[in-house]
Design a protein around this ligand. Structure first.
Ligand code: GLA
Length: 400
């Protein structure tokens, strides 16, 4: 019986996981993406400079390895063979030149396209060219593909993304596959064997709460995305992540909001994609984005996203289980007034069905390490006291 069972199990595994390289993205991918700041205004100089800064400012060492060119890197037409081609004005030396430069810096290279007939910005889409485009990407030595969902009328989302995933797999080149269909067809229910991350919502905007009016569409604020994604935590884990979009840290939110935005992305085990102009980044922004403790939370090898433990008078308490029975705790002030936190650990036990975490602070004492500042509190024996500014947060790592 055993002799038959093992091959069948293997076959089922191969069938369900055939579409992607499983070992990629065991922790959430980290990098930079051109869209949030530059939209279609990208060019060779900007990308090479960004690669230089990722290395020079220690961002690569902090974990930001993928440099992803979003929409509008292409010429408006395919070439006579039907291959995609780089915009000759923006990228006069072509994409392989960019890839080689990025790889020479020890970074990885990502490109963008769309499952539809055209990209969102109107450039040639991949519909009908999946295998040809995958071969092109492999020939350019890309390491990451973001695949969008504009101009896809009448297409089945799962089939479209599966086809592209299979095409990438067929090239033999390990390529992280990022699904960007804005959560429209609930990719968390079907994409874990197809891609490594999937967007859960429409696009992010530079706003803390609510929606940001962009003329003919509305962008989501940081907190709108957080509220939407939090209940989806059970669908994410090593190799398959909920993606709340590239970050807006450094793009005009208040420093407290930038800190909270970053803390929450780390608490949710989000892919961390910088969306700011690295050439103009302040030291404060750099410090937020490269905080090693915050990043260690995001990159925790268990890969269990955090959850909201409680919400009282605009104070949210978030918990994320970490390896070695540690945990991250984030106290978030969502209101526009300061909050005086006086947190009695002993009357706030933690239980989590997903990670099976069960903590009673009356029985167990944890050592506290603070991520953003100094609270002076060393462990969970005494109450934690601190004033939290509007939209700011206190982020802690608790170890036994
Ligand atoms: C969509 C995506 C964005 C970006 C743009 C490019 O809106 O969600 O992240 O890729 O397209 O046109």
């Amino acid at each position: 019986m055993k002799k038959i069972l093992i091959p069948i199990c293997l076959l089922v595994f191969q069938m369900t996981h055939a579409q992607k390289n499983m070992h990629l993205a065991l922790t959430p991918p980290m990098g930079w993406n051109s869209w949030n700041t530059f939209a279609t205004q990208i060019n060779e100089k900007l990308i090479l400079e960004t690669a230089d800064i990722l290395v020079a400012k220690g961002m690569k060492d902090a974990g930001y390895t993928y440099l992803v060119l979003d929409d509008a890197w292409m010429a408006s037409e395919r070439n006579s063979n039907g291959d995609l081609q780089a915009d000759p004005i923006k990228f006069p030396h072509g994409m392989k030149y960019i890839a080689d430069y990025i790889h020479s810096k020890g970074l990885k290279f990502g490109l963008y396209n769309c499952a539809g007939t055209k990209t969102c910005a109107g450039y040639p889409g991949t519909r009908g060219y999946e295998y040809q485009d995958a071969r092109f990407y492999a020939s350019q030595e890309i390491d990451y593909l973001k695949f969008d969902w504009c101009n896809t009328e009448g297409i089945d989302a799962k089939e479209a993304y599966k086809t592209m995933s299979l095409a990438l797999k067929k090239t033999g080149r390990p390529i992280v596959f990022s699904l960007c269909e804005w959560g429209t067809h609930k990719p968390w229910l079907w994409a874990d064997s197809i891609g490594h991350l999937w967007r859960t919502t429409g696009d992010i905007g530079i706003k803390w709460e609510g929606l940001k009016n962009q003329g003919d569409w509305s962008a989501n604020s940081v907190m709108k995305i957080v509220d939407f994604q939090e209940p989806l935590r059970k669908y994410a884990g090593p190799g398959h992540w909920n993606d709340p979009d590239m970050m807006e840290v450094g793009n005009g939110l208040k420093p407290e909001e930038d800190r909270s935005h970053f803390s929450l992305w780390c608490m949710m085990a989000a892919p961390l994609f910088l969306g700011n102009d690295l050439r103009k980044m302040s030291l404060e922004t750099l410090k937020i984005l490269t905080n090693p403790l915050a990043i260690s939370i995001d990159q925790d090898s268990l890969g269990i996203p955090g959850f909201r433990l409680s919400q009282k008078d605009s104070l949210e308490t978030w918990v994320r289980p970490l390896k070695n029975h540690s945990m991250a705790i984030c106290f978030l002030n969502r209101s526009s007034k300061p909050i005086s936190l006086d947190y009695d650990w002993k009357i706030n036990p933690i239980q989590d069905d997903i990670s099976k975490m069960d903590i009673d602070f009356k029985k167990d004492t944890f050592t506290i390490t603070e991520v953003w500042g100094k609270i002076g509190s060393k462990n969970t024996k005494k109450n934690l006291k601190k004033t939290i500014l509007p939209h700011d947060n206190v982020l802690l790592i608790l170890t036994k």
